[in-house]
Write a protein that binds this ligand. Structure first.
Ligand code: P1T
Length: 380
């Protein structure tokens, strides 16, 4: 099955009892047993839920994985992965990363004795030299949030192959339509399904995918033991969103290209961060590991002040000022004060996340309207 067919059919069958073509929302907390321990594979809804099972199978197939383990948010998925580690273990993560992931590793797991090192991963030699005998996890975001740097997944896969390090990729920005990290050597994929997978800004959800039996078993154990599971209605919404993932990502990518090419011509704009530009430091790697360059574009202003950024952030009409990304509607955000405020200013600025940096989640509206909206805000 090709990808555009898989999003609609993988892991999904009409409901056996009614023929309903859409996966029913099994809004139940428990299941009746015919005798103690005799049941239909479902005992208690923290442990299993049929709507959730379909979502987990579907996303596992989209990522070319074997196991899908879903959660109530992307952060709950990340938290579950961190629970695979023990005191003394070390995580090496991209220094340009979603602020909440940074906060979780540093502020929640740091006090439990799990160290995290945040490094620039654009050059994989730097990842190699950061590895110590305590390194147990390499955590990659690519494209990164918010600078849209690209990390060479196959090269990191070579580094971790045959070692006890877990190579985890946050594939939220790319989605399995654009990039499939398990094929390039990753052990785990995590998604904030809140974003492109669901695609309509109406649900908070997360999922992990892996191929390895032992990791799959450990993660299902943690999902049930710690219980940060998604509700069935949220699973239904993510499943429904995924059906249009391929066509949405094509349009997000085309619109992002048009917006990036417009921004680069504007006098007030200093740099535009979009992996599709030939001048992007890892453009060739992006081209080789992604189908298109995704729907995110960041840019900074020649006048690098919060005040200058605020004028743009409050000057658009179609682009709504809001956290999050990956929905059909376009959003404009200010990483320094919004999504990345939990990263200390000094560390943030080093990665390029300066006060005038503006992040756009490009929706699937008509590109002319998006460009006109940005032009109006920039010209004002
Ligand atoms: O919000 P939640 O579903 O818990 O997902 C967390 C998360 C994980 N990984 C990446 C790459 C993310 O971007 C996020 C959430 N990000 C935002 C809310 C944001 O606006 O960047």
């Amino acid at each position: 099955m090709k990808f555009g067919t898989k999003v609609i059919h993988a892991g999904i069958k009409p409901d056996e009892s009614t023929g309903a073509i859409m996966t029913p929302i099994f809004q139940t907390s428990t299941y009746v047993q015919s005798a103690p321990g005799e049941h239909k594979g479902y005992e208690y809804a923290r442990t299993q839920n049929p709507t959730r099972t379909v979502l987990e199978k579907n996303v596992a197939e989209l990522e070319n994985g074997k196991y899908g383990i879903s959660f109530g948010s992307g952060m709950a998925a990340t938290d579950t992965i961190a629970k695979l580690l023990k005191p003394g273990d070390e995580i090496i993560a991209s220094n340009d990363i979603y602020g909440g992931t940074y906060r979780l590793f540093r502020e929640v797991y740091g006090p439990y004795g799990i160290k995290s090192k945040f490094i620039d991963m654009e050059n994989v030699a730097d990842v190699k030299s950061a590895i110590t005998e305590n390194t147990k996890m390499i955590w990659v975001e690519t494209p990164t949030n918010p600078m849209l740097n690209i990390v060479d997944l196959a090269a990191v896969g070579e580094l971790t192959k045959g070692t006890d390090m877990i190579f985890c990729v946050d594939n939220t920005f790319a989605t399995p339509y654009l990039q499939r990290p398990l094929d390039l050597g990753a052990d785990l994929i995590i998604h904030s399904a809140t974003k492109y997978l669901s695609g309509h800004s109406d649900v908070v959800s997360g999922i992990i995918v892996c191929k390895d039996d032992e990791l799959g078993e450990q993660l299902y154990f943690l999902q049930n033991a710690a219980g940060a599971v998604p509700g069935p209605q949220d699973c239904f919404l993510v499943l429904r969103g995924i059906k249009t993932l391929a066509i949405r990502m094509d349009r997000h990518g085309e619109n992002a290209e048009a917006v990036a090419k417009f921004l680069i011509t504007h006098d007030k704009v200093d740099e535009v961060f979009w992996p599709g530009f030939e001048s992007h430091p890892n453009h060739e790697i992006a081209k080789s590991q992604m189908l298109n360059f995704g729907g995110m574009v960041s840019f900074n202003l020649k006048e690098d002040t919060l005040e200058a950024a605020k004028k743009i952030l409050t000057g658009t009409s179609l682009f709504a000022l809001a956290e999050s990304l990956g929905g059909v509607e376009s959003l404009i955000g200010h990483p320094a004060t919004m999504t990345h405020a939990s990263i200390p200013q000094e560390d943030r600025i080093k990665t390029g996340c300066v006060d005038s940096l503006i992040r756009l989640s490009i929706g699937i509206e008509d590109e002319e309207d998006l460009i006109a909206d940005l032009k109006k805000a920039l010209d004002a």
